[in-house]
Every structure is written in structure tokens, then in C-alpha cells.
Design a protein around this ligand. Sequence first.
Ligand SMILES: Cc1cc2nc3c(=O)[nH]c(=O)nc-3n(C[C@H](O)[C@H](O)[C@H](O)COP(=O)(O)O)c2cc1C
Length: 276
Amino acid sequence: MDLQFTVNRDLCIQCGACVDDCPFHIIEMGDGSPVTNPTRVHHCIRCQHCLAVCPTAALSICGVNPEQSLPLPQSLPSGRQMEALIRGRRSVRFYKLEPLPSATIAEMLAIVANAPTGKNNRQCLFTVIEDQESMALLRQETLEGLRRAVAEKRLSEGLSYFRHVVTAWDQGRDIIFRNAPHLLMVSAPPTITTPDADMLIAMSYFELLAASMGIGTLWNAMIRWAFSVIEPDMYQRLGIPGDHVKGYALLFGFPAVHYPRTVQRDEALINRVRLH
Ligand SMILES: Cc1cc2nc3c(=O)[nH]c(=O)nc-3n(C[C@H](O)[C@H](O)[C@H](O)COP(=O)(O)O)c2cc1C
């Protein structure tokens, strides 16, 4: 396994931080600088902690240049800024027609690829719709699929609400997609350690990142429910591998609604435990 592990001996101060921080103990202090233990390198999960923890940017792994990492802590938002982001993010149900630049979406997904995943698996597949023709087709096919399900009486009681969705669509109201210009769906192979958690974390990070950039999002349970009753399989239509665990869908785009203040709902349900 070539980890592309290199140490700049001029910069290395032999502090041992990389040795201590490696979660799988693959690094040890060699003669004058850290080295990987060949009997343990196969345990490496490529988390890059060794690169991140090095105080002098002496270490590289996975071919990554430590000088290109953001410096910390000065790059972090303040606690107050994070509070405003968490309190101020909103479910956006009105969107401008104008799509996001493709480069912006690519940049957002690259940032979200830094979210944590179980054992650093990073196997979430982000399915994204960028162009308006595809969004229009998806809307149309979803609504037609629902119309068929209604006509063929295939809706369970829990999903009978979709009758109203179809009626609203015929009256010009898009209750499912909210006329959003973009859709993001996440899926992951069932074989990885923690697919469900990985997918939810990634989408949550995307949502917060979007809010910080003035981009609106809407978590969407309705798309999942709609897809569950539509035949033929809409996931297949979107090129999502059949064996993947299907995660959530987020709509996103520039908001056509402005919230000048946060909501106030601090009632956390807490089970504060003290064991004796
Ligand atoms: C998992 C999940 C699924 C959701 N599905 C929908 C949906 O299908 N349609 C919708 O309009 N809102 C949906 N929402 C948005 C919630 O209704 C919203 O988060 C909640 O009312 C609180 O409003 P806020 O997000 O603006 O704070 C969903 C939210 C979550 C977390």
C-alpha cells in the first residue's frame, strides 16, 4: 500500500505528534524522523491526522501538500457565527429561477467531501441535478408516476396525501420540488461501516455550508416517499446504483424568500444522567 508518506527532515522537529495521533498506530519514530511501520500500513484509513497535527507542516501523506491546508484555528468561524448559522438556517420553499454556477456546486461538494465518515470510508455518492431541463423532467416524471399510483390505487393510507400533491400540481403548485433549480441526493454502498450516519452528516454539512453562502436548501422526505411508489424505479432513472442505501434528498438554489431573524426554539430534550 503506497501511502505517499514523506517527511521533510529539515522541518521535522521529532515531536512525535504524528506518532501519538495516528488512530491505527502505523507511524513510529525512526532514526531522526517518523516512518511508517510496514507491518501496519495496511491499517491506514487515510484520515490525514498525521498531516493535520504536524506543527511544522513537515509531513505529507496521500500526495497532499500540507501548505495547501487551511491554517487553524484562525480559519474557523467563531462560536457566535456558528450559533447564527444553526439558528438562522431555514427550510427554503421558494426559489429564484436562476441556477447556481456549476463551479459553485462543485466547490460545495468538494468541501462536503471533508465531512467525517465511519472509518474514513468516504463512499457517499452525491447525485446532483444542475440543469433546468433535467429538473423539469424529474418533476414531470415524478408527478406522472404519482398520478399513475393514484389511478391504480397503489397508495398506502400513509401516502394518500400524494393525491393532494397531484391535484395541487394540476393547479400549478409544486408541493414536492418547490420549483427549486437543483436537487442533491445521497446514497452509499451497504457494505461500508456506517452508511446512514455518513449520508446524514454529509447532507447536514451541505445544508449549513449552503446557508453560510446565502444558498437555500430544503430537506425532502416527500421525494423519498414519492420515489417509493413510482414504477419504474426513479433511483435507477437517476443513475443511482441499485444496491446502494438511499439517503435523503435536498433541494437547493438561491432563495426567493428572506428571513430577517432567527426562530427561537431552545427546548432541547435532555436526559441528564448521573450514575452512582
Ligand atoms: C428529515 C427532514 C425531512 C423533511 N421533509 C420535508 C418535505 O418533504 N417537505 C417540506 O416542505 N419540508 C420538509 N422538511 C422541513 C421541515 O418541515 C422543517 O425543517 C421544520 O418545519 C423546521 O423548519 P426550519 O427547517 O425552517 O427550521 C424536512 C425536514 C427534515 C429534517
